[in-house]
Design a protein around this ligand. Structure first.
Ligand code: NOJ
Length: 505
């Protein structure tokens, strides 16, 4: 078992977590100042978004220099201090590495467009035919109508999987691969504990085969993993690969590709189960996912900084989800729903807890999105995915303890929705989530024990066994009596098998 099998991960957006200098924007020092809170909560690994220099047209996923710290967030010394302070508390730190594309402000792109025959000429995917790769879908459907954009200076089109200002790197160019390896080494040498590999399915494109999960991408991942194993054996890489179940499994390989993969197949099914009051979507999807290769782990999550993606949902499931969760059409973003956990659950404390309990017991290591532990709200009037990226609420009152300055995005607020208030109330969501984290840690077998479905005989009640623990989750608002275990509306229970005997479950 590796450290990540049982780690509790916490995703904190740098610009929205804590502002240490009053300029209205969160920063690295701000995060360092809150490490005690993360330790108190039970966090083992902090996931930071891209912290590199960037014009910030995609919240930093548009990287202009992979070896720098974005001055808005602080300095390299601030980053080193954060790492040292986190490690002193036993908290590891990973960061996002967007390696499919750069910002168009990156020096490589500037050179590539200026001098096609020069050393960077081949670093991006250039072409003369903007209809090439017709199989490749558009991801940011709210903003983009093509994956190609015309570059006046070079007199050619360049390929971009995301925003026009994010040209795709050309992984057929060996120098690009070498650059990426060196960037990984640069940060690992500073003591970083790993990376989230952003948008990893999209590295290569091939005529007739499209641009997702190609054999060349897996071969690259295997080489990257071999280097990481040899040089940084403790490091962890987690893939963001939002693909159909079988294809998602491919990112583990035989245990020779990435250590972890976000469980995109399961995530929307959790919300579908709540919306329909039926455990079937979860039984079905878990049935489709085979056991993992040795020493691999899922990253289980409820929400993150993006929309709750429905890209892989069937048309019928997508409609059910929009009907249930995007009654206000402003909540729709691209192919998904940009809302936070608490508003998705209409503030129903029972449902929010139910989902946190699932997060802690389903196969995988749990990832918590900042603010969801206090039931933070969202603001659907904000553009892009900023609805779910508003400032963390530390205290009641103006600035929410986040900043003394003027913030770019509004503070959502809400009485009782702050860390300080909830820490004083033993019955608060925050204290319950902290308790669930402690409970998860008291059952280390949850890190590796196989998942076995357990038929409960009640459509709305999801049952599964992990090691010696029977986990029950009721997706309905009805009381349920299973014989040895009773569940209230949206109730949940983790029951040691020996307590059940020959009961009905
Ligand atoms: C995936 C990230 O999660 C998302 O926030 C970003 O916009 C895209 N990659 C493009 O970098």
């Amino acid at each position: 078992m590796s450290w990540f099998h049982n780690a509790i991960f916490y995703q904190a957006l740098l610009h929205a977590f804590n502002d240490s200098n009053g300029d209205g924007m969160g920063d690295l020092r701000g995060v360092t100042d809150k490490l005690d809170y993360l330790e108190w909560l039970g966090v083992d690994c902090l996931w930071l978004p891209p912290m590199f220099d960037s014009p910030m047209r995609d919240d930093g996923y548009d990287i202009a220099d992979y070896r720098s710290i974005n001055p808005r967030y602080g300095t390299m010394a601030d980053f080193e201090e954060l790492l040292e302070q986190a490690h002193a508390r036993g908290i590891r730190v990973i960061t996002d590495l967007a390696l499919n594309h750069t910002s168009d402000q990156h020096y490589w792109f500037q050179e590539s467009r200026r001098d096609p025959a020069g050393p960077y000429g081949d670093y991006y995917v250039w072409g003369d035919d903007p209809t090439r790769y017709p199989e490749i879908r558009i991801i940011f459907t709210d903003y983009e109508i093509s994956n190609w954009a015309w570059d006046e200076e070079r007199g050619q089109y360049y390929f971009h999987r995301f925003y026009t200002h994010q040209p795709d790197l050309n992984y057929d160019c060996p120098a690009v691969q070498t650059e990426i390896f060196d960037i990984v080494r640069f940060w690992m040498d500073k003591g970083l504990d790993g990376f989230r590999l952003d948008a990893i399915p999209y590295l290569f494109e091939r005529d007739g085969q499209g641009g997702e999960s190609l054999p060349e991408t897996f071969a690259f991942l295997e080489r990257l993993r071999a280097m990481v194993n040899a040089e940084y054996p403790e490091a962890m890489m987690i893939a963001e690969a939002n693909q159909p179940p079988r294809e998602t499994m491919e990112y583990f390989g035989s245990g020779n590709r990435v250590h972890m993969v976000f469980n995109f197949p399961v995530m929307p099914k959790i919300f579908e189960a709540v919306a329909t009051g039926s455990a079937e979507p979860l039984y079905d999807i878990l049935d489709e996912l085979p056991p993992l290769p040795a020493d691999c782990q899922w990253g289980t999550f409820l929400r993150n900084h993006d929309e709750l993606t429905l890209e892989m949902a069937s048309p019928a499931a997508r409609t059910r989800m929009y009907d249930a969760y995007a009654k206000d059409p402003r909540a729709k973003a691209n192919v998904g729903i940009a809302r936070r956990l608490a508003p998705l659950m209409e503030g129903d404390r029972r449902k929010i807890e139910l989902l946190f309990s699932l997060l802690m017991t389903l196969p995988g290591a749990p990832f918590i999105y900042y603010g969801d532990e206090i039931g933070m709200g969202d603001d659907v009037s904000l553009p892009d995915r900023y609805a779910v990226r508003t400032p963390m609420q530390w205290e009641p009152g103006p600035g929410a303890g986040f900043s003394t300055g003027e913030t770019r995005w509004p503070i959502v607020g809400g009485e009782g929705t702050s860390v300080a208030e909830q820490q004083l109330d033993d019955a608060s969501l925050l204290m319950t989530v902290r308790g669930l984290i402690a409970q998860r840690k008291a059952h280390p077998e949850l890190g590796t024990a196989p998942y076995e479905a357990v038929e409960t005989g009640v459509e709305g009640v999801f049952g599964f066994q992990r090691g010696d623990l029977l986990c029950l989750h009721n997706f309905t608002d009805a009381d349920v009596d299973l014989g040895p275990v009773e569940l209230g509306p949206y109730g949940y229970a983790w029951v040691p098998i020996e307590e059940i005997g020959d009961g009905a479950v």
